[in-house]
Design a protein around this ligand. Structure first.
Ligand code: CO
Length: 292
């Protein structure tokens, strides 16, 4: 693990977070928010580890604006973004209530508190099921449910979701926290606590790198490999490079099974979801919240 790069990526994420928060207001176009964050990450010397996720209300995660998106900010907005330096990732998110709604505010408080309590427990040797239990109990205390089929994750270089899962509910998992890099991300909902796959969210990843007959598709695939490798990317990043004609090629690459487009993770009954996330470095008997 490259501690220096891990901490620098985290510091940039924290700075971007404080910088963007006051700019997020109701009816600001989502594309403006996404592009401001991504631009700021570059300015501060990092790269986006994945497209900025801007998910509203029942959408829990995995929506990023398309290049011609007209969606406006509103509801309970989750802002989830990552910074990457040399493949070392800082993953973090926060939620904003844009409706002055008591329900939204309580949901946000619940996932925030759950993350704080999880952080208190986090150290080498902590069973991951114990962290899930704390998250579940905290969110239940507010009268809500954690989203059981979304979870935190360990991270390795250029690998956003490495082997270890940090559940958001109590589980009998025997896994214990070892030295490493972890994203913990409680989601709270006034629904039952499950998300399913919704519509596609404009976020792609290479699934199966093989030959395609489409010549523009080939060019695009080379560009993706050079610039994003094993990390997710946005269709609008490709449009920026190749123009709107790239959209058809992206669809072809998806249909050929070369690219995977993530579906929006959507609360089953359309209930509201909040999220809170930080990245933690567990090393030498210490725990550092890198994205504070
Ligand atoms: Co994450």
């Amino acid at each position: 693990m490259d501690e220096k790069k891990i901490l620098k990526a985290g510091k940039i994420a924290g700075e971007v977070k404080s910088w963007i928060k006051p700019k997020i207001k109701k009816d600001v176009p989502l594309i403006e928010i996404a592009e401001s964050i991504e631009k700021k990450i570059f300015e501060l010397g990092g790269s986006p580890a994945f497209p900025v996720n801007l998910s509203i209300d029942e959408c829990a995660a995995h929506y990023t604006p398309s290049y011609n998106d007209e969606t406006l900010a509103g509801g309970l907005l989750k802002v989830d973004f990552g910074v990457e330096i040399g493949g070392w990732i800082a993953d973090n998110s926060f939620s904003v209530d844009l409706e002055n709604s008591a329900l939204n505010k309580n949901l946000i408080e619940a996932s925030k508190k759950a993350l704080e309590n999880a952080e208190k427990l986090l150290s080498e040797g902590t069973p991951v099921g114990k962290i899930g239990e704390t998250i579940e109990e905290t969110i239940n205390y507010y009268g809500f449910n954690p989203v059981a089929n979304l979870s935190g994750h360990s991270m390795e270089q250029y690998d956003l979701h490495a082997g270890i899962i940090i559940p958001n509910v109590k589980t009998p998992s025997e896994n214990e926290i070892e030295e490493g890099l972890y994203a913990i991300e409680p989601f709270a909902t006034n629904g039952k606590g499950f998300v399913h796959d919704g519509k596609k969210g404009n976020i792609f990843i290479i699934e199966n790198d093989r030959n395609t007959r489409d010549s523009l598709g080939r060019e695009i695939l080379e560009f993706i490999k050079d610039n994003y490798g094993s990390l997710p990317f946005a269709s609008r990043w490709i449009v920026k490079e190749f123009g709107a004609r790239a959209v058809l090629s992206l669809n072809n690459l998806e249909n050929e099974g070369i690219l995977h487009q993530y579906p929006i993770l959507t609360e089953e009954k359309g209930k509201v979801v909040s999220q809170s996330e930080n990245t933690f470095l567990v090393k030498d008997g210490k725990v550092v919240n890198t994205t504070k």
